[in-house]
Write a protein that binds this ligand. Sequence first.
Ligand SMILES: NC(=O)c1ccc[n+]([C@@H]2O[C@H](COP(=O)([O-])OP(=O)(O)OC[C@H]3O[C@@H](n4cnc5c(N)ncnc54)[C@H](O)[C@@H]3O)[C@@H](O)[C@H]2O)c1
Ligand SMILES: N[C@@H](CCC=O)C(=O)O
Length: 542
Amino acid sequence: MPKGIYTVPKAFNEPVKSYAPGTTERELTLNSFKEQYNQTVDVPLYIGGEEIRTGNTKNLFPPFDHKHHLGTYHLADKALVEKAISTALEARVKWSAMPWEHRASIFLKAAELIAGPYRAKLNAATMIAQAKTLHQAEIDAACEFIDFLRFNVEFMTQIYAEQPISTDGVWNRLEHRPLEGFIYAITPFNFTAIAGNLPASVALMGNVVVWKPSATQIYSANVIVEIFREAGLPDGVINVIYGDSAMITDTLLASPDFAGIHFTGSTSVFNSMWEKIGKNINNYKTYPRIVGETGGKDFVIAHPSSHAKEVAVALTRGSFEYQGQKCSAASRAYVPASLWGDIKNYMIADLKTIKMGSPEDPTNFVSSVISESSFDKLAKYIEQAKLDSDAEIIAGGNYDKSVGYFIEPTVIVTTNPKYETMQTELFGPVLTIYVYEDAKWSETLKLVDETSAYALTGAIFSQCRYAIDEATKALVNAAGNFYINDKPTGAVVGQQPFGGARASGTNDKAGSILNLLRWVSPRTIKETFVPATDYKYPFLNK
Ligand SMILES: NC(=O)c1ccc[n+]([C@@H]2O[C@H](COP(=O)([O-])OP(=O)(O)OC[C@H]3O[C@@H](n4cnc5c(N)ncnc54)[C@H](O)[C@@H]3O)[C@@H](O)[C@H]2O)c1
Ligand SMILES: N[C@@H](CCC=O)C(=O)O
């Protein structure tokens, strides 16, 4: 039994290491890359304390070198998905009753393991599985993941501290219970931090989880599992399954004990799951929490007063870091005619210096996209742009999948502000730019707001305060993360809570108190110290 009202360690953002030549972190990570690259893994399902190898396997390979064999992973059938549910529910009995400080300790320990002994391994696994460069792996798999774990603990205690007032011989209390049932965490390929945070945040709040990572992130997900186990997470709290997404989802959503979904991924997949949940609604014991952070068509708009160099650098970094595969990546831009010449020249000059290749070579700024299907889709849009009279490719436009799924950072300029690639999420290194007449600034803001169904991130560049104010108001619903004079990527946990609305998700802001509130069900307890002994109101006796 707890014997204190504990204060947790103050959360702080994990400093980003430099990885400059000669640094220890660079040497450790590149050594770990080599070591892992030259071994093979055989990734099991984790259900309870069991590592299950079904023999029904698929191969793992790095997307930048798809002929290289990294090992295999095992696929669950329906019976194993059902076993994951029953195992989670069994674990729930003890886990939901575990004092919060022990749950906090487990995830704080996981944060320290990632910050220290597992940093190089997790970063290198992320470089291998998801084709991230050293810097991109560090800001994701190490720093953002550590931040999620540390800040979640602090936010949890803020939730628990939130209590109602008590008066007149009464003590009112609010108990933040875990949800009754299990939570389905379903995670995307592009951030190791998101993959780890989605199951961890709900488990921290006392819930049990069935987690299905993306097939293209399994290699680094397996290191996350290793870390959670090393941190002392009890068996059955987070059960990990791989296999046919539709079958797994249908099986989990059909369970009467399904209590919520913690999803990050594309809008279409989220919508299909929401429909299924709706159809099953009468079967559930409790109304499930539906939390999903989804796609984006993120914008940069430059005002004529902005500095061309700053806009150009924000576009290059915002659009092409991690091959444009951040949900926050700038993929449509609106630049004034008066600045276009300079912005174009700066961008083309910078793009000429960008090197593409294996993430093992630290001089490469970009690597491959995640998969053949993504490559083929992007190549199709690029080819279409080459044919369309209202589009022109001014940089990049080449691609090659003979070794890895490499697509050059590509810039399309269009004369049609509603051109297909101004509206549709491509999720790759393709930026489309529309050049507007300077006098049409206000009309262009309206275009930005109306062109896409999404509302995730957006940025305005301007030296004019009136223009900043006008854009902030005109685009109030166009982005859940709005940047002034900065690129639209790179949100930091605890600093810029992340998430968008419209078709970009439920905007529950991952890594914030708002998100954690979705994973508890409050119970109000009123205790009366001296109960009434007479049914009559006092005046009835007068
Ligand atoms: N808003 C955010 O915070 C955020 C963050 C990261 C990624 N994203 C979005 O995620 C997408 C890219 O990630 P992705 O390619 O991994 O997304 P995805 O939707 O293809 O996959 C996400 C998860 O859903 C699973 N899945 C795929 N098809 C399914 C189906 N039919 N039924 C059930 N599950 C299915 C995948 O296996 C994976 O685990 C982009 O749209 C991006 O914008 C959003
Ligand atoms: N939070 C990240 C994006 C996560 C989605 O892919 C950013 O702000 O760049």
